[in-house]
Design a protein around this ligand. Sequence first.
Ligand SMILES: [Zn+2]
Length: 864
Amino acid sequence: MDPYRLPRTVVPSHYALRLAPDLEAGTFTGTVAITVDVADEVDQVVLNAAELTIDEAWLENPEGIRRNAAVTFDAESERATLALEEPAAAGAWTVHLAFAGILNDKLHGFYRSTFVDAEGVERVIATTQFEATSARRAFPCWDEPEFKATFGVTLVVPDDLFAVSNAAETGRQPAGDATVAVTFADTMIMSTYLVAFVVGPLEATEVVDAGGTPLRVVHPLGKGHLAQFALEVGAFTLAFFEDYYGIPYPGDKVDLVAVPDFAFGAMENLGCITFREVLLLVDPDAVTQPELQRVVDVIAHELAHMWFGDLVTMKWWNGIWLNEAFATFMEMLATDAFRPAWQRWVDFGLSRSAAFDVDSLASTRPIEFEVVSPADSEGMFDVLTYEKGAAVVRMLEQWLGAESFREGIRGYLDAHRYANTETTDLWDAIEAANPGLPVRKVMDSWIFQGGYPLLSVERTATGVRVSQQRFAFAGGGEDDDVAPATWSVPVLVRAGTDTSGGDAVPVGATAASSERLERTLVEGDAVELDLGPVDWVQANVNGSGFYRVHYDAELRAALAARAQDVLAPVERYGLVDDTWASVLAGRTTTPEFCEFVRGFTAETDLAVWQRLLGALDTLDRLLDGDPRHQFQGFVRGLVRPAADRLGATGTAGEPDRQRELRAALFTALGTTGADAEVQARARTLLTAHDADPSAVDPSLAAAAVGVIPATGDAADRADFLARFRAATTPQDEQRYLRCLPDFNDPGLFADTLAMTLTEVRSQDAPFVLRRALINRERGPDAWAFLREHWDDVGERLPSNSIARLLEGVRWLSDPEVAADVAGFLEAHPVPQGARTIAQHLERLAVNVALRDREASRLAAAFGG
Ligand SMILES: [Zn+2]
């Protein structure tokens, strides 16, 4: 018997589920009546169950024939087998089970979450997180995405508690002992991993009518004042998706539920979407633009799943990447529609860079790979699924055109609603809507092989020649050479001539010269493009292609000279990102990069600056002593003029991204630039903000919080700790918590590390530890702490977070520390984290090689 796929002999169609949690005892009891179809006579029924006891089990058919069953468990495969006293004939049956389980503290299955209420009393919530395979911890079920069914849920709870599930509440009956049985309508046909219920001292906002769908935010008591923005976003994005998909919302209501302890960001349970508090509850006037944007992104992402994932679902877990990649793509579209001024697709450049960063390694992986056990798919929840996956979908959308692409999506959802699909079903549907274009062939080349191409563009007599080779960093491992590969690269090229007139077709708003747009497919080693005589070429229009570009010297100079005139911000971003990547690949030196950076003094875009500042911070890590001081002066000289142009404080009506740019430049001056004046001003700003929060722009106030630890002492750290503990919004709480590892004093740093095993919520501790590893001075201390407390960390933190927090080791580029990290992680493998950790180690080796290759060269350039 396949240990991972249940037999198809018995197929469920409806679950009548009744659960009674005891929040104080941390246990629950339940019954379930599962309507099944028996295909051929069976003498046993096999289904999933984990950490449950089953006290009674029998089958009954509509004629009243009963089959009692003896239950055995297999802990390894998380299965229960019901051995029938006599065979059950083919036909309709109902499986009856009575069971009991525990409300665990592992943030999966049916689990406990706690918070302290306004009276200082700890309160308990019972909530669920089932994806991928934890529904079986709450009730026995056919726990595979392909076994879709309807679910009728009843929750028996203390009558002073709130209860919510996937569908609308239909009734409440007293159930004795001050409890009430809350019943919910049957759900649509859906997979078990999307079932949810939440019980506790919660309350809901008023119901908003979102185009006919009742929408609420459900939250712990006393936080209603932070829920209005989520309602606004929820209503907007529901309408956006109904329009985009051309299908009404498939559930009967939407509750957005804030949960104090949550292992992921949010979870797309149909109609009962659960979130980390910081991603749902927000005062839009008191936070930074990225904090607010994150709330919009995540709400949009989860609502996008109601159709793509919930209505149409992958057959098996190998398809989870498409589920997430597509929802991430849709999240960008929706957020971009919600606040066009945020320029979401420009900001997405930073996400694309994060994907490039991993995908430049030999240890990268194909987006889709074979998933045998469900646990194999845990390794799919990473930057290559979300960010590369979304980037590849965006590349296809831009290449086909937004309307043609959407037609394909509509056809796909319409054809497969309430059913399950393979990845190729989507490409085929898009191809059907775009006759003559090889969508499936193109996408297969991106999905089934890792890595990505570097396109080299050279001028020819008639236009340009575009060739491809796989891009790779230098110094990653013993075997520097990644396997060669080619892709079917969808390319949009813009070419311009400086003299106006002729037949050229102008496109884009930045046209200071005549421009033309060409759509092509680069296959094999190279293609020739007949563009005629052109002065400049931009070979990744709007930066939407998942590839890097290298121009020949003449074309590069032509583009650089016109960068501020003819390139969109996201294209300038690409220029910076590609150039920095060539530093890591060993093809550009760090002094050359510093010269390149000087060309951006007039830059006005936030994302471009963020990329530049990130690179400068990495360079700063290569230096010590006087060269470092010289370099800090270089950073100040670069950043100050841009900061001065923006002015010290915001003005009314200023665009959000301009406020963020001021904050980003302030942070860079106060940290990488070690600007004493800015460091002093950070304290003044925080004091002013304390006196009157409306007097200081929230982005600048947040930047001040980030700068203070650079010069912070014990009193500052005590102040930050107190602010973390007393925070009245999730954003403030996270802001002060996450800055604690930035205090460099060894004793204070050790105190922060110790808190990750005690006071800090297990959902937040991974972020603190990762940031501690990144601390330039104290990162090795954080590593020593992790080594020493390896078992405690593994026991306390969510299992999916260990490999992620270890991302911080990439910065431990002291060769001795790096060798220790590699040796220890080899001897202490992390379940389901092997590939991610191999990537961290290879990326660390790239940083070690960068230090080895460039540290003295850069120091020499700055007087060392
Ligand atoms: Zn998702």
